[in-house]
Design a protein around this ligand. Structure first.
Ligand code: SF4
Length: 479
């Protein structure tokens, strides 16, 4: 389900003729639109609670190779493909990525294609492909061959690919267009040259001015052009943030932009403090409110941090069912209440796929309550959820499983009930920013753990992957 939550707005000008966007409610639902830039006690408590809660929840059993299960009762709609190579490594980044080595990357793409065959053999038929990284376009021809294979195996209707601005060149764009890519998401992060230098991105990925030119060139090539931006970077001030927004809205006129708060892991947080300076949450809320105000005139909000210029664009994947399948080193899958992670050891990934037909080396079984909580968090990322869908999915138990959470969210003014839906209020949209920031910080910490495990994994023999035995796993689920 794609969110259809539209913001109606008007534009006002002050005495200096500066634009101010006025958000006009499209429904008289109390709490949906009020705004207060001060960080409240609730928000501080939410930060602390979620940090410890997600730290506890990211417990995975590591090491034992598991076979990918055959497709279950729910056919996942999304296939996520991970390409872990970059031409330069940014210090703030917590993703699974390594420096590009062309022979290694070529071998990797071959193993990836073998994994796609294995996924199809298990009965999976995803229709939406999301290729992330790393930088998926480091070898555009290899990517195109891989996407062509995916199209021959699955009923693909949408392909979204991440890239870096230095790849916005006609020769790369034409390969992507021919490969059927219809959404390109470009890691811009900021147009501020000083911040780009501090982030280690200025030299390898281009200055603010260069990237403005490149984005302008790329407009219109593929269905949806998205600019990925980060706010609340160390050293970022309000002026710099507003300049970024002005460039996006008035100059580049990008189709869509995802503006995330900075999310690190314990390890990258330390590296980042050394290279970029101290990180604080103090500006996060006022910056978020500024972004909302500035974007409201031209963009509709399609998830808590994604803004689209019109309704025909492809959103970040926001769908009714939150299960998905992952392919590639470091990719996650979420299938039938179980989280799986493929090995982060890139050479071993190829060996495992070729010798045992699976690359899963970590997993976590979620109990009903944990599944319901995960579904709630992920679905409200798209701003609203249909109560009937959840009632059916959990055989009438959803509201019983999560009554405490839902009550607390209602009392905190985070959600409201509205015509068969639960919606995030205006205040709740920022609460969900906190929720997602802490969730992804937990995921990033897990990635650190998987990277630590790589050396031990390299020495492990390739033993046949076993199927998951849910009865044996009940003790893991309690972790
Ligand atoms: S931010 Fe992007 S380019 Fe930089 S290391 Fe991470 S994945 Fe690679």
């Amino acid at each position: 389900m794609t969110s259809t939550f539209l913001i109606n707005q008007g534009v006002a000008h002050d005495t200096n003729n500066r634009r101010h966007y006025v958000i006009v409610p499209d429904a008289q639902v109390p709490g949906l639109y009020e705004e207060n830039t001060a960080v409240t006690v609730t928000e501080r408590l939410l930060d602390v609670y979620l940090r410890s809660s997600y730290a506890r929840q990211m417990y995975f059993e590591l090491g034992t190779p598991l076979a990918l299960p055959d497709v279950g009762p729910v056919q996942p709609v999304v296939l996520y493909i991970h390409i872990p190579f970059c031409e330069s490594l940014c210090p703030f980044c917590s993703f699974h990525r390594v420096m590009l080595n062309i022979p290694k990357a070529t071998t990797y793409f071959r193993a990836l294609r073998r994994e796609l065959h294995l996924i199809a053999d298990k009965g999976y038929q995803p229709g939406i492909i999301y290729v992330g990284g790393g930088t998926p376009t480091v070898l555009p021809d290899e990517l195109a061959i891989t996407l062509e294979l995916a199209r021959s195996l699955f009923p693909v209707r949408q392909v979204s690919v991440e890239t870096n601005p230095n790849h916005l060149r006609e020769e790369v764009l034409s390969v992507l267009k021919a490969a059927g890519v219809n959404r390109l998401s470009v890691g811009i992060q900021t147009f501020d040259d000083q911040l780009l230098k501090d982030m280690g991105r200025y030299a390898p990925y281009g200055s603010g001015a260069k990237n403005r030119e490149r984005l302008t060139l790329a407009r219109g090539w593929l269905g949806t052009l998205n600019a990925d931006m980060i706010f609340n970077l160390p050293g970022q001030n309000e002026q710099s943030l507003l300049r970024d927004l002005e460039i996006l809205i008035d100059e580049v006129r990008v189709d869509q932009t995802s503006i995330y708060p900075l999310m690190t892991s314990r390890r990258t947080g330390k590296t980042m403090r050394k290279t970029m300076g101290p990180y604080s949450l103090q500006n996060e809320k006022p910056f978020y409110d500024r972004i909302r105000t500035e974007m409201a005139g031209n963009y509709r909000l399609s998830s808590i941090w994604c803004y689209s210029r019109n309704a025909g664009l492809i959103d970040e994947y926001i769908i009714a069912d939150t299960s998905y399948i992952g392919a590639g080193s470091g990719a996650f899958s979420y299938l039938d209440g179980v989280m799986y992670a493929n090995t982060f050891a890139i050479n071993r990934y190829g060996r495992m796929i070729n010798r045992t037909g699976a690359a899963i080396t970590a997993h976590r079984v979620l109990r009903d309550y944990q599944q319901a909580r995960y579904d709630l968090v992920m679905t409200l990322f798209g701003l609203s959820l249909q109560k009937d869908d959840f009632h059916q999915k959990y055989a009438g138990r959803f509201f019983k499983l999560l009554w405490k959470e839902l009550l607390a969210l209602r009392l905190a003014g985070t959600i409201v009930d509205d015509a068969g839906q639960i919606r995030l209020t205006r205040k709740g949209q920022y609460h969900w920013i906190i929720m997602m920031r802490e969730f992804f910080t937990g995921v990033n910490n897990f990635r650190d753990q998987m990277r630590d495990h790589v050396r031990a994994e390299r020495a492990m023999p390739e033993v046949p992957a076993r199927p998951l035995d849910r009865s044996r796993e009940s003790s893991v689920a309690a972790g």
